[in-house]
Design a protein. Structure first.
Ligand SMILES: N[C@@H](CCC(=O)N[C@@H](CS)C(=O)NCC(=O)O)C(=O)O
Length: 212
């Protein structure tokens, strides 16, 4: 059975868990926290990051690489669109989500959830700065690529939807909700993807971990 290393609140770990769950693949999870890596963890994840995945003798790190492996190892249902062009666009949107979107939407999550867990104060100025600059820049782009309450490609869930929704869930946990009056398509898209059963189950497990 594959094993996912990493604490489930990480947007990158969530990407991998959602891909496995969307394909109905049973897996184990070892809740590795960044900053408290178990001994020998770099044998599995050479850069010491989460997530990592082991499956038999294979060790892999990086959520995108892991999800490519999952797609090939467990092909049904496919999480890639059917045309070459759409697959390329889906990979780009995954890359955008993993970089600019995670970076912007992690700020409220980090400041309101992670910092207090570490005994630090929430830096409201950092949140205000992200809400003024990086978050609108990222959401303007999301607004330009989504169509509203529908999947990005082929009327079905893809790696791009999984990558996009993952940091949006972090923002929600950090009490930041996409303003539907400013980004109506992005807000409707987020609500639609979050209403999918596989995403609802993942969020419920995470909320339970956070104590409801
Ligand atoms: N590109 C990597 C990014 C993984 C990543 O940065 N994970 C964070 C946690 S969300 C981490 O492990 N940070 C600790 C570190 O960078 O040392 C992926 O997609 O898996």
């Amino acid at each position: 059975m594959p094993k996912v290393y990493g604490v489930m609140l990480s947007p990158y770990v969530r990407k991998v868990m959602l891909a496995l769950e969307a394909k109905g693949v049973a897996y184990e999870n070892e809740a590795v926290f960044p900053g408290a890596l178990p001994e020998g963890y770099t044998d599995v994840s050479p850069l010491g990051k989460i997530p990592a995945l082991s499956d038999g003798d294979l060790n892999l790190s990086d959520s995108t690489v892991i999800n490519e492996y999952i797609e090939e190892r467990y092909p049904e249902p496919s999480l890639l669109p059917s045309s070459v062009e759409a697959r390329a666009k889906a990979r780009w949107l995954e890359e955008f989500a993993d970089t600019a979107l995670v970076s912007a939407l992690s700020v409220p999550f980090f400041q309101r959830v992670v910092a207090p867990m570490r005994g630090a104060e929430t830096d409201e100025a950092a949140i205000a700065s992200a809400e003024a600059e990086s978050i609108p820049a990222a959401l303007d782009y999301v607004e330009s690529v989504v169509s509203g309450a529908e999947f990005l490609f082929d009327g079905k869930l893809s790696v791009a939807d999984i990558a996009m929704i993952s940091p949006i869930i972090n923002a929600e946990i950090g009490q930041y909700t996409i303003d539907a009056s400013r980004w109506p398509k992005a807000a409707a898209y987020a609500t639609f993807i979050r209403s999918q059963e596989v995403v609802q189950k993942r969020e419920a497990e995470e909320r339970a971990m956070l104590g409801g």
